[in-house]
Design a protein around this ligand. Structure first.
Ligand code: GDP
Ligand code: IMO
Ligand code: MG
Length: 425
């Protein structure tokens, strides 16, 4: 048996969905433990493209139990739509279970996400406007509505009414926005509740029993380390914990039951939304990477900001999540670039620093220090063994491994299930 946590080691969109789908073929259980439908995971399997947001990418494997854990926030309408889309492609969702403790995203969360972003003006975070932050705010405020409440109509009704007393005041008096009608929400969500009730369970028990029975369990991360509420580039972060610790809290599994952590990174760096990005490229090279790598958000369609590989941030992820193995995806996207740059450290006040700074004011003073390497021209998308890769490509991966302090266990050379090279370690 093994329990593996898979996390994003950059700012999200590292190709976690693809790796989860591959590893799910040997896992009996796949678990999502944080985030919501702000995540967008594109999986290509047998020529079919799936865009998943809340449902774990393990769903494509019919034998796999897919758990949406207590730490996830659920938009009922969103997940039902996703269930329908997956079913339309002939995939069963019978193995999907949602924890009764998971919080429900309400329409006022979505409205407040948009209004608070507008009020921030130039300092906006660039959220996905899916209501993620306001839903986690209510969880911390202890007025949130959970899946258990949703499927118990009387409790749900009372909580909606109580919440709207306050939310409508905030919406109207603070933001000058539209208010919500409790009866309308109750009627709409009653229908969602009926459809979702069969999926709701105490998933902490299912998970614990699976681990005790020796099953292989995979925790599928959403977002990435630099978007972590505590460890990321605060305040330009999401409102959950994409680092490995989040997998424990968000699924009700103790740390002694986790065997390993795998970090997923791209061969370069991308970011969606606002916030610092030391190795960002504003030139033609950045545009080439965006077009070749098709770097547009799965959830919002926004162009992703692109830049060179930053070893400081991936090393930071290795340290803060205890990553033992790295996956470097999208190596194929870099084919054809004459020279490549890797950021090995930052220069700050004339000194070299190699640990990611704790605060943005410090990060603002940092300039990336680059090491240049030769690029390669060859199309590597059908290469199947590490040895067959061009020497420059192998050198690039080996240098990343050295700088980040974790074994590069797999490299991605395309979006498909078979376009991944596993290295012996
Ligand atoms: P996630 O949010 O971490 O699951 O990543 P996304 O799915 O949002 O973004 C990664 C994108 O890159 C998806 O469109 C994948 O199909 C694609 N992808 C993943 N790995 C590779 C790779 O090795 N090469 C190429 N060309 N595309 C990849
Ligand atoms: P996956 O799982 C990339 C970013 C948003 C914004 C910030 C806060 O596909 O890697 P939020 O709506 O969460 O309050 O927005 O976080 N963000 C992501 N960026 N990939 C994601 O998920 C993201 N989920 C949120 O763009 O900057
Ligand atoms: Mg994504």
């Amino acid at each position: 048996m093994s329990t593996k946590v898979l996390i994003g080691a950059q700012w999200g969109d590292e190709g976690k969905g693809k790796i989860t789908d591959i590893l799910a073929q040997q896992a009996q259980v796949v678990v999502r433990s944080q985030g919501g439908n702000n995540a967008g995971h594109t999986v290509e399997a047998d020529g079919v493209v799936y865009k998943l947001h809340l449902i774990p990418s393990g769903i494509l494997n019919p034998e796999t139990l897919c758990i949406v854990g207590n730490g996830v926030v659920i938009d009922p309408k969103g997940i039902l739509e996703e269930i329908r889309q997956v079913q339309d492609k002939g995939i069963s969702t019978d193995n999907l279970k949602i924890d009764a403790r998971a919080h429900v995203i309400m329409p006022y969360h979505i409205a407040l996400d948009g209004l608070s972003e507008a009020a921030r003006g130039k300092s906006e975070i660039g959220t996905t406007k899916k209501g993620i932050g306001p839903c986690y705010m209510d969880k911390a405020e202890r007025c949130g509505i959970r899946m258990w409440d949703l499927i118990h109509p009387e409790v749900f009704e009372q909580k909606v009414r109580e919440n709207l007393e306050i939310k409508n005041k905030i919406l109207k008096l603070v933001y000058g926005g539209e208010t919500f009608d409790a009866d309308e929400i109750i009627a709409e969500y009653k229908e969602y509740a009926k459809k979702l009730a069969p999926y709701v369970a105490d998933t902490t028990v299912l998970l614990y029993n699976s681990i005790k029975e020796g099953k292989n369990v995979l925790f599928e991360g959403a977002q990435g380390t630099l978007l972590d509420l505590d460890l990321g580039t605060y305040p330009y972060v999401t409102s959950s914990h994409p680092t490995a610790g989040g997998a424990c809290i968000g699924s009700g599994v103790g740390p002694t039951l986790i065997d390993d952590c795998i970090g997923i990174a791209k061969a370069y760096t991308t970011r969606v939304g606002k916030g610092p990005f030391p190795t960002e490229l504003f030139d033609e090279v950045g545009e080439t990477i965006r077009q070749k790598g098709f770097e547009f958000g799965t959830t919002t369609g926004r162009p992703r900001r692109c830049g060179w590989f930053d070893a400081v941030i991936v090393k930071y992820s290795v340290r803060t999540s205890g990553i033992t193995k790295l996956v470097i995806n999208k190596l194929d996207t870099l084919s054809g670039l004459d020279r490549l740059k890797i950021c090995t450290g930052y220069e700050k006040d004339g000194k070299v620093i190699t640990e990611f700074p704790a605060d943005l004011s410090e990060l603002a003073l940092c300039k990336p220090i680059y090491e240049e390497m030769d690029g390669w021209d060859e199309d590597i998308s059908s290469v199947t063994s590490f040895d067959e890769l061009p020497q420059a490509c192998k050198d690039y991966v080996n240098r990343i491994e050295q700088l980040c302090g974790a074994f590069v266990w797999m490299v991605g050379v395309g979006p498909g299930r078979t376009q991944n090279i596993i290295r012996e370690g």
